[in-house]
Ligand binder design. Structure first.
Ligand code: HAX
Length: 425
């Protein structure tokens, strides 16, 4: 048994007792009410989900297990994964144990590559990644355990095994998709002596003499790892997993949601918009030109990608972290400078426009310019990077949910007629 399994085996009975006692003692207490505008408005803001891995504060952004993101930007994915799952930072020994375990699981079976090779050459990299995940479902340890009659209190054990397999393999799969889809040559093998983020960066094969691209990948994997459970990808995965569909099905559902332009795909749209600005103005535009261009985008009925958020009402601390990385590592890059300039101009434009509840940048506004700087310029691939990272959070949420014996998710829907009746009473 690995150290993570041991740690969780010790913690889970305590979590269960705590949840049971809460429901027993306070099960009838009201913690929120639902307005008609929320029912018609994407259930925005309704407090009806439990997620212990992370929370998003309106006024400060991502907090992972009680730790604000800015305290975590120097951590590697193994440390973040341990924190997400257990609620504690790992010791060096625990980090090393998890690193080795993940490194041992990174190999992707041959049949997966054969399926991907048979896909049309213009397939979206997100569709390729997702196909790879789904094809591996035959290996799901949860499904095997369930078919053998495993008891509910032990569901988390095989779910954790699937989680670690999926997390480890997603990096290899994602790197393979990059090399296959963009004709980069042979796949690069995993190196069992490396940590997860360094391995992923190396398997992509991006030229990295300074090692800074690997540093960016570590940061990237941390920043996108989790964002509560109400966002589209986490929520989709959670709902699917609640039916006891195994994690391959659930992660795949999450990735399908991440592939939407209002969610994870915004990062590709974002860099596309920045590059359009760069091309149109042949470099960094003046404040006046950029303001005009932002208005043209809005007036044509489009959103400004990378700006606004369903929950956050301040600049996303994940954007701040990317901006700080860019200022340190590529302060003279024109594309990065356009991103920084957009940050000065667009919030004012969005405020004047008056629609978006938050005029501030989200995580997707800055990441693309940094990837572009290091030569990873195929922006259709960017959501795949996001997916590799988000697997950490989605899988951790599933392990915690199975540990707590969370039931199948089944909210109640109502008809428009029913709402009309209620409001006329
Ligand atoms: N540009 C223009 N209009 C915007 C806008 C933006 N960046 N952000 C919001 N709006 C508009 C909405 O389209 C909506 O208009 P309608 O009433 O005409 O439909 C109005 O402002 C109110 O929207 P909101 O309540 O502020 O925002 P939502 O909670 O509905 O949506 C979104 C949040 C992130 C989807 C939204 O801000 C958006 O579309 N942003 C651009 C796309 C983007 O950056 N997505 C990535 C978000 C982060 C993420 O999940 N990454 O994975």
């Amino acid at each position: 048994m690995g150290k993570l399994q041991e740690k969780l085996a010790g913690q889970i009975p305590v979590w269960r007792e705590e949840a049971k006692a809460l429901v027993k003692e306070h099960g009838d207490k009201v913690i929120d009410q639902v307005k008609v505008s929320q029912v018609f408005g994407g259930i925005r803001g309704v407090k009806c989900l439990i997620c212990d891995t992370s929370e998003v504060a309106l006024d400060s952004g991502l907090i992972i297990r009680g730790k604000p993101l800015k305290e975590l930007t120097d951590k590697i994915p193994e440390e973040i994964l341990w924190l997400l799952m257990t609620g504690e930072m790992p010791s060096e020994e625990e980090t090393e144990d998890l690193r080795k375990d993940l490194a041992e699981r990174m190999e992707v079976p041959d049949y997966v590559w054969k399926v991907l090779e048979a896909m049309p050459e213009d397939s979206h990299p997100m569709c390729m990644l997702n196909t790879g995940i789904l094809v591996m479902e035959r290996e799901a340890k949860f499904r095997q355990a369930y078919n053998k009659g495993v008891k509910k209190p032990d569901y988390w054990v095989s779910t954790l095994e699937d989680a670690l397999d999926i997390i480890a393999r997603t990096a290899t799969l994602a790197a393979g998709v990059y090399r296959m889809r963009y004709n980069k040559g042979e796949r690069i093998s995993t190196d069992k002596s490396k940590d997860y983020g360094t391995n992923y960066a190396a398997m992509l094969g991006v030229d990295d003499p300074s090692g800074d691209f690997a540093k960016l990948m570590q940061l990237y994997l941390t920043l996108h790892s989790d964002h509560e459970s109400g966002n589209v990808s986490a929520n989709a995965a959670q709902v699917v997993n609640s039916a006891l569909s195994d994690l391959y099905y659930a992660v795949s559902a999450g990735f399908n949601g991440l592939a939407g332009p209002l969610h994870g795909l915004a990062n590709q749209e974002c860099l596309a918009w920045v590059i359009e600005v760069h091309k149109k103005f042949k470099g960094v535009p003046s404040d006046e030109d950029l303001t005009k261009f932002a208005w043209e985008t809005l007036n044509s009925g489009k959103v400004i990608p990378g700006y606004g958020h369903a929950v956050l009402r301040v600049t996303d601390p994940r954007f701040d972290a990317f901006l700080a990385f860019g200022k340190e590592h590529c302060p003279d890059d024109e594309i990065f400078n356009i991103v920084a300039k957009i940050f000065n101009i667009v919030p004012g434009v969005l405020k004047e426009h008056g629609k978006a509840k938050s005029p501030w940048p989200n995580v997707d506004a800055g990441s693309g310019s940094l990837l572009n700087h290091y030569g990873l310029q195929e922006f259709e691939y960017y959501t795949v990077l996001f997916s590799v990272s988000r697997t950490l959070g989605v899988c951790s949420q599933a392990v915690v949910a199975r540990a707590l014996g969370a039931p199948i998710i089944r909210p109640k829907s109502v008809t428009t007629g029913w709402v009309k009746e209620q409001v006329s009473k």
